[in-house]
Design a protein around this ligand. Structure first.
Ligand code: 13P
Length: 351
């Protein structure tokens, strides 16, 4: 294990004004999003869409790393340039989703366990040879009246830890993603309680599997009320609950926390990330120096891509407009990562 290389890559992924872009939707998930907009669900349309994204001019100014899917990592631009080369030339680091999905968990109705450990050592080696420098594994936890169960939390935490150890052995920085879903009518405090229990278990298992904390990143959900909860809290209340939960559970040795967006709108995801960074800045003893133990940034999928996908609609003539929309969301989040985002950035873009 090359410790220095892992630490260096992890630090680059959470560099000052940058965050990650997730374009690692599996084929069925990508097709589902295309189907909603009437876009043909073929390999060529998926390729063209990903080409649009990674060739967006200036994207590398706010995006440090791009998370790819197995189909995408092997694809090329129309002119034959491999996607891996396009990403690297734009100053971004390529990474790869390596789990094979969340499946129904035996004996646990309504709960899921993420699979993909079998053969993972070999797959990681071949992705590393292709040029990937980090990986991602997503566990999914649902909040319900008596779930998530301890059994589900522990099984998923164990799988995340085994995955993370194998990644580091292969020289890849593991992004550890335990996602507590926002689906449901639960309150902010219930999400906080569940997220705290999940993260506490995940870091316990990472420790037991001897994962180098300095050479990994955490990709958690923000602490949010359920999407159908009647009481939707303010941006500040959500930022406070999220930061409190992370301070209680994430060791200071972890270099960065990069949130998933999980179905939040682009604007809300930016505003909430911004509020968290502002809070740390305002507690700073020296102006401009953050007392946050870890970088707090983004690793959004939908909250960066959605407006671009809607504008593109599968048509070549819409590529430039879609790229502008994508860049705008990436820049808003680059600003939020520094506590410099404000709603006026949205009005300027709309004008
Ligand atoms: P969202 O930001 O759309 O939740 O996607 C992030 C991700 O990578 C999910 O695994």
């Amino acid at each position: 294990m090359n410790v220095q290389k892992l630490i260096e890559t992890a630090k680059m992924l959470v560099a000052d004004n940058k965050g990650l872009l997730a374009i690692d939707e599996s084929i069925p998930t990508c097709n589902k999003r295309f189907a909603k907009l009437g876009i043909p669900q073929t390999e060529e349309y998926r390729r063209a869409y990903r080409e649009l994204i990674i060739t967006t001019p200036s994207l590398g100014e706010s995006i440090s790393g791009v998370i790819l899917y197995d189909e995408t990592i092997r694809q090329q631009k129309k002119d034959g340039t491999p996607f891996m080369q396009v990403i690297t030339n734009a100053g971004m680091i390529p990474g790869i989703k390596v789990d094979i999905g969340a499946k129904a968990m035996a004996g646990h109705p309504g709960e899921k366990i993420t699979e993909g450990l079998d053969g993972l050592r070999d797959r990681l080696q071949s992705y590393a040879q292709m040029g990937a420098r980090f990986a991602k594994w997503r566990a999914v936890l649902t909040i319900g009246s008596s779930i998530p169960s301890r059994g589900c939390i522990e099984a998923n935490a164990q799988a995340l830890a085994r995955y993370a150890a194998l990644c580091q052995e292969a020289g890849l920085v593991p992004i550890v993603e335990p996602e507590v879903l926002m689906d449901g009518a639960h309150t902010l405090s219930r999400c906080s309680e569940v997220t705290e229990a999940v993260l506490q278990t995940v870091f316990n298992r990472l420790y037991r599997q001897r994962v180098l904390l300095e050479g990994m990143l955490l990709k958690p959900n923000m602490v949010l009320p359920g999407s159908t909860c009647p009481q939707q809290e303010s941006v500040d209340a959500i930022a406070d609950a999220t930061v409190q939960c992370l301070l209680r559970t994430v060791p200071a040795a972890v270099p960065g926390i990069a949130f998933l967006s999980g179905g939040q709108s682009g604007e809300l995801a930016s505003a909430r990330l911004n509020a968290m960074n502002l809070k740390f800045k305002s507690r700073s003893p020296t102006v401009g120096q953050s007392p946050s133990p870890w970088a707090l940034t983004f690793s959004f999928g939908r909250a960066i891509q959605q407006p671009a996908l809607e504008l593109w609609h599968g048509k070549e003539s819409n590529v430039l407009a879609a790229q502008q929309a994508l860049l705008h969301r990436a820049q808003c989040n680059g600003a939020a990562r520094q506590g410099a985002y404000n709603a006026a950035m949205e009005w300027t873009a709309a004008a």
